[in-house]
Ligand binder design. Structure first.
Ligand code: UD1
Length: 433
């Protein structure tokens, strides 16, 4: 397993281009299953998660071709024929979102067998809402030996589905299935994350009729067939928030480009409240902070979009470890998402966790130490802490980072961070995430 070593104390100066959104990319790639024509996606980030999904899609019969044209990354997915509607455990367990192939497979072929994704380190993360939505659309669902068997021999039928609470994955999954259903589907209490709108725009370019994505009511008028299209993946708002927080932690001035800051206002507002300067530019923001002035502690409560994203909670907690005063963090989306707290404490932070809340008492300084990455966003919070910690921090189990951050060391070192990848070491098994 690789590790990442950071020698803290360097301020950051330079430019970081933001990649395409991982969470959007993997649902857009799954949309390729809905048509026998090629789907051309630009700006797909080259990450372990997109590689896992490409591997699964190939197993199902999709021809996946990737190349680079200048700065542009192009991926063409062509599912001329679905040769198998079976998604095995060993591929689904590597990435939960692979489960989202179930809906498109049933919609296109009338049947599918897809492994249940299982739990993951940040919480139980069941898929009951996904399955209820598919049942409402007329799929017959059976669970057997860890697999979901779905059947809809005569096709799916439009339905009204009201989610009991907001789920990003279930909203996207229902959208992916309903586009080919007969009649109209109305999704109520739908997730409003920008990735919904990105998916809807891609599906509409493929000939679907999706309205209202980005609001809590999405209406989908089913069509008999979709066709090929070209679509550019939206910039990764979580990656942008992460580098904005990294710049705030290290101090200095960093220009984030190819970004859509309006999609991550909840994070930039909190940065400004803490004393960071955030200046909009044509294609992003400039984040600046005087390293000699301590930031002010602010409180964070995660919430569905447009609230503060749970995917930036760990990074902001790292930032607050050296702020002046006490910050209260409330995590409302996942039940077990403070695993970075004990690791940050190893660096000298003072964080007390009780249930879904954590209190961070700002300290003057962090000190480098070996730490363990536990999940994707937690691992980047340790890198952020390492940027400001005195001495050397070594983050173990960085395969978590590789799932979601494209060229992280390269992007940070280009701005002056002392960060390097240490090949091999610590023989841990890769686990489901
Ligand atoms: C997606 C994102 C993840 C982000 C999360 C919340 C992807 C690949 N991942 O995850 O990075 O942190 O949104 O913004 O896009 N739940 C159920 N039953 C279900 C589905 C969800 O109980 O059938 C629960 C989950 O356990 C969680 C909550 O609902 O507590 C919200 O989860 P959801 O919005 O579905 O997150 P994901 O789509 O898994």
């Amino acid at each position: 397993m690789d590790r990442i070593a950071i020698t803290g104390g360097q301020t950051l100066h330079g430019e970081i281009p933001i990649s395409g959104a991982k969470n959007s990319a993997i649902k857009l790639m799954a949309a390729s299953l809905l048509t026998d024509e090629p789907l051309r996606l630009t700006n797909i980030p080259r990450l372990a998660d997109t590689r896992f999904l490409a591997q699964l899609l190939r197993r199902l019969g999709v021809v996946v071709t990737e190349w680079q044209e200048g700065a542009e990354q192009i991926t063409v997915l062509h599912a001329a024929e679905i040769t198998s509607a079976f998604a095995p455990y060993d591929l689904v367990r590597q990435m939960r979102a692979s489960f989202n192939v179930l809906g498109p497979l049933v919609a296109r072929t009338g049947h599918a067998k897809v492994s249940l994704p299982g739990g993951c380190s940040i919480g139980a993360r069941p898929v009951d809402l996904h399955l209820k939505a598919l049942e409402a659309l007329g799929a017959h669902i059976d669970l057997h030996e860890g697999y979901v068997y779905a059947q809809a021999a005569r096709g799916l039928k439009g339905a009204e589905i009201e989610f009991p609470f907001v789920s990003v994955g279930a909203t996207e999954h229902a959208m992916l299935a309903a586009v080919l259903a007969k009649g109209t589907t109305v999704l109520k209490n739908a997730a409003r994350e920008p990735e919904m709108d990105d998916l809807a725009q891609c599906l509409n370019a493929m000939g679907a009729k999706v309205e209202g994505a980005g609001t809590s009511v999405i209406t989908i008028t089913g069509v008999p067939k979709l066709h090929g299209a070209t679509h550019a993946v939206i910039p990764d708002r979580i990656e942008m928030g992460t580098y904005a927080i990294a710049a705030a932690m290290a101090g200095g001035e960093v220009r984030l480009t190819r970004a859509r800051p309006e999609l991550i206002g909840a994070v930039t507002d909190k940065l400004i409240e803490a004393g960071v300067s955030v200046t909009p530019t044509d294609d992003g923001v400039i984040v600046g902070r005087d390293p000699n002035v301590r930031l002010k502690a602010v409180n964070i409560e995660t919430a569905p979009y447009p609230g503060f994203p749970t995917d930036c909670q760990a990074q902001f907690m790292a930032l607050m470890t050296t702020a002046r005063g006490e910050s209260l963090f409330k995590e409302t989306i996942f039940e077990n998402r403070f695993m970075h707290a004990p690791e940050l404490n190893r660096l000298g932070a003072v964080i007390a966790v009780a249930g879904g809340e954590a209190v961070v008492l700002g300290v003057d300084k962090l000190r480098g130490a070996p730490v363990m990455a536990t999940d994707l966003r937690a691992s980047v919070s340790l890198v952020i802490a390492g940027l400001a910690a005195e001495g050397r921090t070594v983050v173990n189990r960085v395969y978590h980072l590789d799932r979601g951050f494209e060229r992280l060391e390269e992007k940070l070192s280009a701005c002056g961070a002392k960060i390097e990848r240490l090949k091999g070491g610590e023989g841990e098994e890769e686990e489901a995430a």
